[in-house]
Ligand binder design. Structure first.
Ligand code: CTP
Ligand code: CA
Length: 223
C-alpha cells in the first residue's frame, strides 16, 4: 500500500509493538532464549507504519532487521522489555509479538562459567514479568486495543482462548508452532484470531500478508 508516512487510516495514532526473542544471560557468553526470528513482529510494525501509524518497536535480539520508519528500542531481557514498554508514550494499540522468555536465570555470573572436574553447574530460575498481562490489566493508560500472540504446539484454540481471558487482552493471534507445521523459522504463518466475539481462522499465508490483515483490522477497530 506504501502510503507516505503519516497518511492512511492510522494517521495520528501511536502503536506499540514488541518483537523478537529475549535473551536471559547465564554468564557473559551464554543465555537462554525462545526460538524467534522476529519476522512476524517486524512485518506487523511495517504494516502499521504503512497505514500511517507512529510505531514504537521494542525488540529483543532478532535475526531480521527492524523496519525503517519506526522508533526502535532495542532490549535484551524480558525485564528490560517491560521497562521499555512502561517508558513508551501512551499508545492507542499495543501488539505483543515478542517471544518473551518465561524465566530468567537467578544469579547470572559476571564471569564465564568454566568446566569444572568437580561437577556440572546448576542453574536457578525465576519467572519473568508478564508484559502483555501487565499492560492489559493497567487501571490507567491501558491502550484501547491490546493484542497478544499465543504460540502453541497443541489444542491451539483452547489454549489461546484461555490465555486471552487470563491475561485480559482484547485479541489473541494464535498459531500452531508444532514442528510438523514447519511454521517456526519459516516465511509463512497460520493464525486464528481469537476475540470476545469468537474465532476467525485465517488461511496459511506469508507473514507480511498476516501483518497487513492484522493492521487493517486494527485500523477498523480504532475507527
Ligand atoms: N508475553 C509477555 N511477557 C511474558 C510472556 C509472554 O508479554 N513474560 C506475551 C507474548 O508476547 C505473547 C503472549 O504473552 O503475546 C503469550 O505468550 P505465551 O508464551 O504464548 O504465553 P505464556 O503466558 O507465557 O504461557 P505459556 O508459555 O506457558 O504457554
Ligand atoms: Ca511463554
Amino acid at each position: 500500500i506504501g502510503t507516505a508516512l503519516g497518511d492512511g487510516p492510522l494517521k495520528g495514532r501511536h502503536v506499540l509493538v514488541t518483537s523478537g526473542p529475549t535473551h536471559e544471560p547465564i554468564d557473559p557468553v551464554r543465555y537462554i532464549a525462545n526460538r524467534s526470528s522476529g519476522a512476524q513482529g517486524a512485518a506487523i510494525a511495517a504494516a502499521l507504519r504503512d497505514l500511517g501509524a507512529r510505531v514504537t518497536f521494542v525488540t529483543g535480539p532478532a535475526s531480521v532487521p527492524a523496519p525503517a520508519g519506526v522508533e526502535v528500542v532495542a532490549v535484551e531481557t524480558a525485564r528490560q522489555m517491560l521497562e521499555a514498554v512502561e517508558a513508551a508514550d501512551p499508545a492507542d494499540a499495543a501488539i505483543f509479538a515478542a517471544a518473551v522468555a518465561d524465566w530468567h536465570v537467578t544469579e547470572a555470573r559476571d564471569q564465564k562459567i568454566k568446566k569444572d572436574a568437580r561437577g556440572l553447574p546448576t542453574l536457578g530460575f525465576a519467572e519473568n514479568p508478564d508484559i502483555l498481562a501487565t499492560v492489559s490489566q493497567r487501571e490507567t493508560g491501558r491502550p484501547g486495543l491490546v493484542v497478544g500472540f499465543a504460540a502453541e504446539t497443541e489444542n491451539v484454540i483452547e489454549h489461546a482462548t484461555a490465555k486471552r481471558e487470563r491475561k485480559g487482552c482484547d485479541w489473541i493471534l494464535a498459531n500452531d508452532v508444532s514442528p510438523e507445521t514447519g511454521i517456526m523459522g519459516g516465511t509463512e504463518n497460520k493464525v486464528h484470531l481469537v476475540t470476545a466475539e469468537g474465532v476467525e481462522d485465517w488461511p496459511r499465508m506469508d507473514k507480511h500478508a498476516v501483518a497487513a490483515r492484522l493492521a487493517e483490522k486494527i485500523a477498523e477497530a480504532l475507527g
